[in-house]
Structures are given as structure tokens and as C-alpha cells.
Write a protein that binds this ligand. Structure first.
Ligand SMILES: Cc1cc2nc3c(=O)[nH]c(=O)nc-3n(C[C@H](O)[C@H](O)[C@H](O)COP(=O)(O)OP(=O)(O)OC[C@H]3O[C@@H](n4cnc5c(N)ncnc54)[C@H](O)[C@@H]3O)c2cc1C
Length: 374
């Protein structure tokens, strides 16, 4: 295990207490009802978790990036729906406003968001552009009346609830990726239409929506575009890896508990070597995920390059979480197939980890470029 500092270890224990007392016991209810756990989301804001990686000058906690990973991992152990929404608010939903917003944006939007009083969303993906960002069709037009955005966005986490949106749009479609810039749109802006909530296979309590922009007033957030995005992508990938470690832990613990209780042929199934080896392999893979994720996190925290380490950590940890969720389903057999046991929720939620932060195929491409020294 990569050593945590005493402060990080203490923080982990306090998040774990919250998860054990208030989140894990309600995760099934959130999932079944598909209802966003707003009360807990607000509580996490009050506890200061949204501001962990932001400086105190904007109302953050000024903690290191590893604290943020610890929070993501622990919350995901309890409820992936809640963890994904929190991770979005604490990073992509607020990061551009922090880095490129004005003092007014910091006062009106960022500080309340870090307290959990406002919600920020991040809108990159579109109906025709996911991995291939050069295909973004939303356009930004600047004129005497300021900047206006027109286009459609897809998969906006926290979308129907958000007070402000960081939106990617092209200022020049002929330039592909180089033409992309980020803009701030506030709720209530003319021409902003928040669409339907998308029904999901996993993270079912999450509020993931479509968005349409029609000559919608917006404010530019910096002029770095994709290079600004790249600065945070390594953090997003390490964070998704931490979510995967949390889910993997929950699925493995559940499978071990079940294997010890379930009796077949006069023995608990945990006594059968076939089952023991499946669970041991899950433990091995989980430990490797943990090492990779926290190694990437430490590098990020120290300001070291981590493109390769973050991509490897996210790829390995998300694939591992899916394998562990599959193992848990096999160990529980018929009961794994029942909606009354959590194994199926881990199995469904784990799919999300293969998509957010870059698909496995895209990550292998990123890693291959590093492997080839390109
Ligand atoms: C629950 C959820 C929440 C999300 N939240 C947000 C959010 O808040 N904001 C946001 O902007 N987006 C969000 N997303 C969108 C997510 O980032 C995209 O789904 C993701 O980037 C993949 O894009 P896509 O779904 O369009 O797949 P595509 O890019 O269309 O990919 C389809 C398939 O082709 C493969 N592929 C694509 N290109 C290549 C290549 N060059 N080589 C090999 N294979 C390739 C992919 O790996 C995949 O298997 C969310 C998605 C989900 C499911």
C-alpha cells in the first residue's frame, strides 16, 4: 500500500464513518428510486469535501490531491451514484471557473458551489462527439452583443440541477481541436434549454441530461481551450481510478461475506478452491489498482508529469472493478442475479467507470503514445 500521511489516514477514517453510517445503508434506495440524494450531497458540501483540492482563498480546504482520491474511493465504496456526482462537482464542474473565472464568478458561483449551495456542471460531450472532440458542433459566435453559443450537449452530469455550466464550443470549426474553447453559461440564460434526464443502466440516481443552446449568452473561460482541458485530464483519470478502487472493494467485501455464509455440499462455498482463487485474484488486482491510482495521485500532487501513470491507473482500475463485479456475480450465482442483493448494482455501476474519463480504447491509445515515446 502506498503510505498515507497521518492526516490523510485520519481523513479516510472520517469519510469512511460517514459512508458506513449514512451512505452505504441507503445506496440501494438511491439506485432503486433513481432519486438524486440531494440531502447527502449538500451535507458533503457542508463538510467541505467539494473544496478539498481548492485553495483557501476561494473557500477550499487547500488539501492535497491524495485527499481528494481518498474521498472519491470511500464514497464509491458506499454509493457510486453519489460519488460520481460529488467528484464532478469537486472537479470538472468547478475547475474552469476556478482557473479562468473572474473574482465575481468566484464569489457568486465557485464559493457557494464549494459549500454545496450551488451546483456546477461540465458539458463537453455531444450527440455526435464523445471521444472525438474535434467533432464538437456547438459553436461560439462573438459580436457586439457578447458571445453566444448554439448547439447540443449530451450526458451532462448534475444537468437538471446545475446553477452554472462550463461548456465546450468551437470558435472556428475549420480548426478542429484547436478551435475549441470553454465558456460559462448560467442557469436562466436566454436560449438555454435543459432537456430530459437520461435513464441509465448504472449510477441510476444520477441526474444526467441533455442540453440545448440557442444563441445562448456565455462568458469565455480562458483562451487555452484543449490545452486547459489537458491540464486537468490526468486528475480526472486518477479520480476515476479511485472510484473504481472503491467499487472493487465493496464488490469484493460483499462476495467474501456471501462466500463464507453460503453452504453447498456441507461446506461454505468459501472453502472451495475455485471460489477462493477467484476471490484471491480479485484481491491481487484490487491491490495493484490501489498502488497505481495512488502512485498517479502522488505524482499529480507533487506536480510531476503523470499522463502515462494516470492513464494506466484509470485503465487498470476500471477494468479491474468490472472483473471484480463479475466475480461477485459468479460467487453469488442465483442471488447475484436478484435485484435484492447489491452484486447486480456493483455490476451495473462498474460499467460507468469504463466510459467516464476516456474509454479503455482511448486510454490504450494514450498509453501507446507514451510506450512508443511519441
Ligand atoms: C453516466 C455518464 C455520465 C457522463 N457525464 C458527462 C459529463 O458530465 N460531461 C461530459 O461532457 N460527458 C459526460 N459523459 C460522456 C462521456 O465522457 C462519453 O460517453 C465518453 O467520452 C465516450 O464518448 P461516446 O459515448 O460518445 O463514445 P464514442 O466516442 O462514440 O465511442 C464509441 C466506441 O468507439 C471507441 N472509439 C472511439 N474512438 C476510438 C479510437 N480512436 N480508437 C479506438 N476506439 C475508439 C470507443 O472506445 C467506444 O468503444 C458521461 C457519460 C456517462 C455514461
Amino acid at each position: 500500500m502506498i503510505e498515507l500521511t497521518p492526516d490523510e489516514a485520519e481523513f479516510r477514517a472520517s469519510v469512511a464513518r460517514l459512508v458506513d453510517r449514512e451512505i452505504a445503508p441507503r445506496a440501494r434506495e438511491f439506485d432503486e428510486r433513481g432519486e438524486f440524494p440531494m440531502e447527502l450531497f449538500r451535507k458533503i458540501g457542508e463538510l467541505g469535501y467539494f473544496g478539498l483540492r481548492y485553495p483557501e482563498s476561494v473557500g477550499g480546504a487547500g488539501a492535497g490531491f491524495v485527499h481528494y482520491l481518498v474521498m472519491a474511493e470511500e464514497l464509491a465504496r458506499g454509493s457510486m451514484s453519489l460519488a460520481a456526482a460529488v467528484a464532478m462537482q469537486a472537479m470538472m464542474g468547478t475547475d474552469f471557473v476556478f482557473r479562468c473565472g473572474t473574482p465575481d464568478h468566484h464569489e457568486r458561483l465557485l464559493k457557494p458551489a464549494l459549500r454545496g449551495e450551488k451546483i456546477g456542471a461540465f458539458c463537453l460531450s455531444e450527440p455526435n462527439a464523445g471521444s472525438d472532440l474535434a467533432r464538437i458542433e456547438t459553436t461560439a459566435r462573438s459580436g457586439a452583443d457578447g458571445t453566444r453559443l448554439t448547439g447540443r450537449k449530451m450526458w451532462v452530469t448534475n444537468g437538471t440541477m446545475a446553477d452554472f455550466f462550463t461548456v465546450a464550443a468551437s470558435v472556428d470549426r475549420t480548426k478542429g481541436l484547436k478551435g475549441i474553447r470553454f465558456f460559462l453559461v448560467e442557469r436562466g440564460a436566454a436560449g438555454l434549454h435543459i432537456g430530459r434526464r437520461i435513464p441509465l443502466v448504472g449510477v441510476r440516481a444520477d441526474d444526467v441530461t441533455e442540453l440545448a443552446l440557442e444563441e445562448c449568452p456565455a462568458v469565455p473561460l480562458g483562451d487555452g481551450g484543449v490545452s486547459d482541458l489537458m491540464q486537468i485530464l490526468d486528475q480526472v483519470r486518477a479520480m476515476t481510478g479511485a472510484l473504481a478502487v472503491g467499487l472493487g472493494r465493496a464488490a469484493l467485501e460483499d462476495a467474501v461475506r456471501y462466500a463464507k455464509e453460503r453452504v453447498c455440499f456441507q461446506k461454505p462455498v468459501a472453502a472451495f478452491q475455485a471460489i477462493r482463487h477467484m476471490l484471491a485474484q480479485a484481491d491481487v488486482d484490487l491491490e495493484a489498482s490501489r498502488l497505481l491510482v495512488y502512485q498517479a495521485g502522488r505524482r499529480i500532487e507533487r506536480g510531476l508529469p503523470s499522463r502515462r501513470e494516470s492513464a494506466i491507473a484509470k485503465l487498470f482500475a476500471s477494468e479491474t472493478a468490472n472483473r471484480i463485479a463479475d466475480t461477485a456475480m459468479r460467487v453469488l450465482a442465483g442471488y447475484g442475479f436478484s435485484m435484492e442483493y447489491p452484486a447486480q448494482r456493483f455490476f451495473r455501476d462498474a460499467r460507468f467507470l469504463l466510459i467516464g474519463g476516456g474509454t479503455s480504447e482511448i486510454l490504450r491509445d494514450v498509453i501507446a503514445r507514451e510506450t512508443m515515446g511519441e
